[in-house]
Design a protein around this ligand. Sequence first.
Ligand SMILES: Nc1ncnc2c1ncn2[C@@H]1O[C@H](COP(=O)(O)OP(=O)(O)O)[C@@H](O)[C@H]1O
Ligand SMILES: [Mg+2]
Length: 426
Amino acid sequence: MFALTTDGHYVPSVSQVDAGSLQRLVRAIRDLAAARDVADIVEIVRHAARELVGADGATFVLRDGDQCYYVDEDAIEPLWAGMRFPLESCISGWAMNHHQAVFLPDIYVDDRIPHAAYRPTFVKSLAMTPVRTTDPVAAIGTYWADEHVTTPAEAEVLQALADSTAVALERAQVLHHLEEVVAERTQEIAASNADLAAFAQVVAHDLKTPLTTIALYAEMVATLDGPVLSEEGAGALETMGQMIVRMGGLVDAVLSYSTAATEVTTSGKADFNVLARQLLEDLDGLVQERHALVEVDDLPVAHGSPALLARVLQNLVQNAIQYGDPEKPVVRVSGRTSRTSVSITVSDNGPGVAPEERSRIFDMLARGSAAAGSAGSGIGLAFARRVAARHGGTLTVDDGPDGGARFTLTLPRRESADDLASYIER
Ligand SMILES: Nc1ncnc2c1ncn2[C@@H]1O[C@H](COP(=O)(O)OP(=O)(O)O)[C@@H](O)[C@H]1O
Ligand SMILES: [Mg+2]
């Protein structure tokens, strides 16, 4: 049924693999497919190799430059775990160098074997299977205490294990590389975000200091010379005061935009019902002044930073009041939860956003046609979209049910790590 050649390897032949080995092989292949690193792979292979062929021991050998590194083993008595030998002087090195499996029923009659290294061990027979035929990077050794003639079925099972090991090793290498790249990029991005935020803080501080002084002097002029100022002079002073307030607001807006990227974490729970309630309290003055009606439905809870998401909601509702119907703004805040996402919509009864403006209004400092004649910085939506992106979500605008604008914030529903682990189990 098979032929053993003089240098100790089989020529291919038809063979029969018993159901038990097949099952064990399937399990090993499945485990290897889930292995993330070399340590996982070694752990799986050393046990699987021994059990698959009923050997008394198995070793996992890695090629390490011009050495064979016996990484770990599973055996009735210690073999060479943790030791390194020159490729030239061990049989695993021979198997890797020759891209060939070796089967030796009696190791002591083969001169490729360093007998001295084997004498202290129980080993009498072995099978050494290289991992990856084209350019072997490892080898799987299996050992018997008595003379053992490896059957073709055993040889095939070991080869199948070696092939899966090769795939797993390559995958682990790719994963390792990817993890390194991702870690590097994350660090770069974090560093540049931090730089930017620090820069914004300095600029904001440097702008605000003279602004405070200007405000102080304007007030002094008003107090000292108010009574003697001409009507025009008094008007100019008042405009100056408004501009100072506006500039202060702009500086704050720039600052808040930069913090959207650096707020340390977006992990947390944001109950939009709570956020909306607080917001309505804060906006009470504006609501009264504009005779606005803000209707809030039952809202979902999302994963994310409550502080950042509160400011997103604030920007959207404030805009809806500001750009809603000038006589009586009506704003509706609703929510939806699907299997994969949570969304919040804010719609109003204003003129809406023209299709050609729908992407531009999310740019930094961009103001649209609805804003003509009203005060604002053009930062609110840029900030809101940035926060959405940081949560892995989106912010878009379309026509609302009553013709006004409808902004939709969509956030992914992140399962907890435990849930993910149980998916993998299934
Ligand atoms: N609810 C809305 N209806 C119509 N236009 C809107 C609405 N919300 C925002 N916009 C448009 O988007 C622009 C950018 O908004 P935003 O970034 O909040 O800046 P700002 O409100 O300071 O102008 C606004 O100038 C306005 O033209
Ligand atoms: Mg705004």
